[in-house]
Design a protein around this ligand. Structure first.
Ligand code: ATR
Length: 306
């Protein structure tokens, strides 16, 4: 199992996809597809990304003339790769690990939610060449939870596991849902406290370690740790879930993640992985770029069946 998990935030690959979604050989230089508006995802590693497949599906569905490729970027080459993509006439980019903060710094105009997250996963260029940046990860999670899964967050106690970049990116849109309280639990409590300080103005927010979860029960638990990468689940109390609870893993894998398995074993009403979030954040990027909102359900179904 180890190594199979794909953190939501590090999806990407080195298989540039043609407009029809057919993977070509890995290349390290950028070549745009003539006759199309070109987009892509830059990352390192950029293997196993589903983004080219997702955006090819969106393009087919909407009839938008979009070509989307995965671009492997050497760790010290991100600014140069950005410049090159833009110079060649590329229209916009998704940015994945480890470049999200660098992308945020590179953008001249950024959204409030990107500034909070210190991350940009969606870049586009206006007619003057000015770079705009936004982050769609958090809204992707919230749309999957609230629209696709019909989970109500408003007035609820929500537990978020982890205090890294992935969690930082979801807190703003999470508070937009007006939960009663958000608890951030992390192995290293100082990181949870540090993160909580940045969002205290948004609502009721508590930072704690896993030990402090004893005796507390939640309606929604979101796993934003990278523990699944090690095949681990944070040490959670057995009676953590309220009846009807929803557990959501921001990661996904070909089989159930260990957190999804934990949730099922603890009788969660819903035990979900991050595939829906992945497609929803992509749809949000597509909407920013094209002004068209694609249907996400058939694309989520396609990925689950592939
Ligand atoms: P990302 O940008 O993907 O969020 P990160 O900033 O390295 O990556 O954060 C990883 C998160 O997963 C952290 O909250 C980390 O906990 P610590 O801050 O205590 O390191 C958490 N994490 C990773 N492995 C874990 C494990 N085995 N058990 C519990 N938490 C874990």
């Amino acid at each position: 199992m180890r190594g199979e998990y794909r953190p939501f935030a590090s999806r990407a690959d080195c298989r540039p996809a043609a407009p029809d979604g057919v993977a070509r050989q890995a290349v390290h230089s950028i070549r745009l597809v003539p006759g199309f508006d070109n987009y892509g995802v830059m990352g390192n590693p950029v293997a196993h990304s589903k983004s080219p497949q997702i955006h090819a599906a969106f393009a087919r569905q909407t009839g938008e003339p979009v070509a989307y490729q995965a671009i492997y970027v050497e760790l010290d080459r991100f600014p140069a790769a950005l410049d090159e993509f833009q110079r060649l006439g590329g229209k916009g980019l998704n940015i994945t690990l480890p470049f999200k903060e660098a992308a945020w710094k590179s953008a001249r105009v950024t959204s409030g939610r990107a500034d909070r997250a210190h991350a940009v996963n969606t870049l586009w260029f206006d007619k003057h060449g000015k770079r705009h940046g936004d982050t769609t990860d958090g809204i992707g999670l919230i749309r999957d939870l609230t629209v696709n899964q019909d989970i109500q967050l408003s007035g609820k106690d929500v537990l978020v596991l982890g205090a890294g970049g992935a969690v930082r990116g979801i807190l703003d849109p999470l508070f937009d849902q007006e939960p009663a309280r958000v608890v951030i639990a992390n192995r290293t409590i100082s990181r949870a406290i540090e993160l909580a300080r940045l969002f205290l103005d948004r609502g009721e927010l508590v930072a704690c370690d896993y030990e402090a979860l004893r005796g507390q029960r939640f309606h929604t638990v979101i796993n934003g740790t990278s523990a699944s990468l090690q095949g681990a689940v944070p040490p959670l109390p057995d009676d953590l879930l309220l009846p009807g609870a929803c557990c959501y893993d921001m990661m996904y894998a070909d089989t159930d993640t260990v957190f999804v398995t934990w949730a099922r074993a603890h009788h969660a009403d819903k035990a979900l992985d991050g595939i829906g979030m992945l497609v929803e954040q992509a749809a949000e990027s597509f909407h920013i770029w094209r002004g068209v909102r694609p249907e996400t359900r058939p694309v989520i179904a396609m990925l689950r069946n592939s």
